[in-house]
Design a protein around this ligand. Structure first.
Ligand code: COA
Length: 164
């Protein structure tokens, strides 16, 4: 059984993340989408449990994908769920330094864990969760960035109705 983890903040999940999840889930028996905390980031828009619920809803058709959250080190979580591969997406060269540093730190922390990188589809290369939050905060149209279910909940967080 080859199990991989796709970790992230997913605050909120975007079409860019979903693209990586769909493509990477084809390569493994099971893909665990893991909601983790990046301590460098400020107060999230959605609580971890809310992000798990959202991910479960938007990924419900992907049968070999499981969503979990974890409060701790990614490599410890990997050992807990018996996964030795971490999947990350690279959007542009600007992601590279940070991702390389993170994958090397993780491999120093635990040699058994490897990171594989997927290049994000060109269609979503510009996208980030903070862009989605920023546009939604002003009531702008986020329908090209996130699925309708995420769109609705994101507007609700900001007390906006959006463009629709
Ligand atoms: N499409 C669209 N956006 C994407 C994307 C894609 N394919 N891939 C990444 N992004 C965006 C995210 O939306 C996010 O945007 P934001 O910064 O505007 O919110 C950004 O790129 C990167 O975020 P994410 O992929 O969620 O990772 P992260 O850097 O927030 O967090 C963790 C990385 C959570 C995996 C990392 O902090 C971690 O492992 N934490 C646990 C503690 C630990 O082990 N720390 C040591 C690690 S060295």
């Amino acid at each position: 059984m080859k199990r991989a983890i796709y970790p992230g903040s997913f605050d909120p999940v975007t079409y860019g993340h979903i693209d990586i999840i769909k493509r990477s889930s084809k390569l493994f028996d099971e893909l665990i989408v893991a909601v983790l905390t990046n301590k460098g980031k400020t107060t999230p828009l959605f609580l971890a449990d809310e992000r798990v619920n959202i991910l479960n809803e938007v990924l419900k058709d992907l049968k070999n994908v499981r969503v979990l959250s974890y409060d701790g080190l990614l490599v410890d979580f990997a050992m807990e769920v018996d996964a030795d591969v971490i999947v990350r997406g690279l959007r542009a060269v600007t992601d590279f330094d940070y991702e390389l540093q993170m994958s090397q730190t993780n491999s120093v922390l635990n040699r058994k864990v490897d990171t594989v990188f997927f290049t994000t589809s060109l269609k979503y290369a510009y996208l980030s969760s903070s862009t989605v939050r920023e546009v939604a905060a002003y009531g702008g149209d986020i329908s090209k960035f996130v699925p309708p279910y995420v769109e609705k909940l994101t507007y609700e967080k900001f007390g906006k109705k959006g463009d629709k």
